[in-house]
Design a protein around this ligand. Structure first.
Ligand SMILES: *Cc1c(COP(=O)(O)O)cnc(C)c1O
Length: 423
């Protein structure tokens, strides 16, 4: 007898119909994701081949990690696939925040100014920059680095005049954020980011353009032309297999400065034992174009389903995508919580727990997070987050397989509908 999805997962006839219609309306979005994955997969395969990746690269090192062939090869593979001169890919970059912080502290010196060109950076960077916190905590501000923020026009468009006005002789670096993070706006496309980068370099060539590339990797066929691209391996480029880590890729000198900050001046990239992480990192990067396409398809389905239920979604099902996130504006705390709890039910791990809002380190508001991942907190795996503040927007991302994410979206739609009916 066939598996009874409706009975086993408590999915109503209404939700079954809704999701099947949504899938039809998302077919163009699915096709685009597959086309992009095909292009990116070829690029990654070429980087593996050119760097002669072999079994020897999987051998773990310990201690100082001198002559770790695998570690050095991973750096070259990332650099080639991302169109960069060099890269620093490390399991001991413990998160995206740590990688971005390392890049910023690597490049900036006392008296320099950092300009945020795409509005307020991601929540966890506020304390790194020093726009939140005590001021005597080792933030950039504490080290005498000035900060200027150019807000987006109407919360979405890049303010070129504002960027020009913010740039004076003290500006050493400009930070751009590709993904929307916890904001209601479109993600910036690679073309838009390149336009800003060219604009900044036209003002002064030696300004270091640092792109927070989190969630954007492999969503388009090219990565931005930043002087440094920075991201997390438990998001897109880890392909669900990297156990932890981050990367900093870009111009050789800036990568070196970041490596000096991560390890020590002089040691830089040449030390650091890989402890057996090379193989999952390489295999994850090999898988990443395909896995990202699974996540993008899941995001398309989420947009289609909740649009049909009458909620504002961003991006819309037919809009171009620049990251793996779909946001749904619920306008109600109970519905946003129901959504996240429903997504949790579609997880392979911890599907039996019910997430609740809590005070997370690094975040200003309470946050509810749905995550049932093999790698703790990995948001290339199906997950959803929502800061508990109006207008109660949930951000869903990931899905290692489209099929499992589809199930999570079904249970989420069911839980939201049930909650609406109780109101
Ligand atoms: C996730 C994310 C970060 C921070 O990464 P963590 O790994 O959570 O520290 C920074 N910027 C953006 C846009 C992100 O999505």
């Amino acid at each position: 007898m066939a598996f009874d999805l409706q009975k086993e997962f408590g999915i109503s006839e209404e939700v079954m119909r809704l999701v099947s219609e949504a899938e039809k309306s998302a077919s163009g979005c699915f096709a685009r994701a597959e086309e992009i994955a095909w292009h990116n997969q070829a690029k990654v395969m070429k980087a593996f081949a050119d760097n002669r990746i072999g079994e020897a690269h999987f051998v773990p090192t310990s201690g100082y990690g001198y002559n770790d062939m695998g570690r050095d090869a991973i750096d070259r593979v990332y650099a080639q696939a991302f169109g960069c001169e060099d890269a620093l890919v490390r399991h001991n970059l413990i998160s995206g925040t740590h990688a971005i912080s390392t890049a910023l502290f690597g490049v900036l010196r006392p008296g320099d100014t950092l300009v945020a060109a795409t509005g307020k950076p991601y929540d966890t960077l506020e304390e790194v920059v020093g726009i939140r916190g005590e001021g005597c905590d080792g933030s950039l501000r504490d080290f005498g680095v000035q900060y200027r923020q150019v807000d987006l026009l109407d919360g979405k468009a890049i303010d070129f005049d504002g960027i020009r006005a913010a740039i004076d002789d003290t500006v050493k670096a400009v930070l751009l954020q590709r993904s929307k993070g916890y904001a209601w706006r479109d993600t910036f496309s690679v073309a838009q980011l390149n336009e800003v980068i060219d604009f900044v370099h036209d003002i002064r060539q030696d300004i270091v353009c640092i792109v927070d590339n989190c969630y954007g990797e492999f969503v388009e066929t090219e990565e931005p032309r930043g002087d440094l691209l920075v991201g997390s391996l438990i998001k897109n480029p880890g392909g669900g297999l990297a156990q932890t880590g981050g990367y900093i890729a870009g111009k050789t000198r800036y990568v070196e400065l970041a490596a000096y900050r991560l390890t020590s001046v002089g040691l830089g990239k040449e030390c650091g034992a890989s402890l057996g992480q090379n193989k999952p990192m390489l295999q994850g990067f090999f898988m990443a174009p395909h896995i990202v396409a699974q996540a993008v398809k899941s995001a398309c389905l989420c947009s289609a389903v909740f649009d049909k239920l009458g909620f504002p979604v961003c991006p819309g099902v037919d809009d171009a995508r620049g990251d793996i996130i779909t946001s749904v504006k619920f306008g109600d705390a109970d519905l946003v919580i129901a959504f996240c709890q429903g997504i949790q039910k579609g997880a392979p791990v911890d599907s039996f727990v019910e997430p609740q809002p809590w005070d997370m380190p690094g975040y200003a508001d309470q946050v509810i997070m749905a995550a049932g991942a093999f790698v703790q907190g990995a948001s290339i795996e199906l997950s959803a987050d929502a800061p508990i503040r109006p207008p109660y927007i949930a951000y869903m991302q990931g899905g290692l397989t489209y099929e499992s994410a589809k199930l999570g979206i079904m249970t989420a739609a069911q839980k939201v509908l049930d909650t609406m009916k109780q109101k």
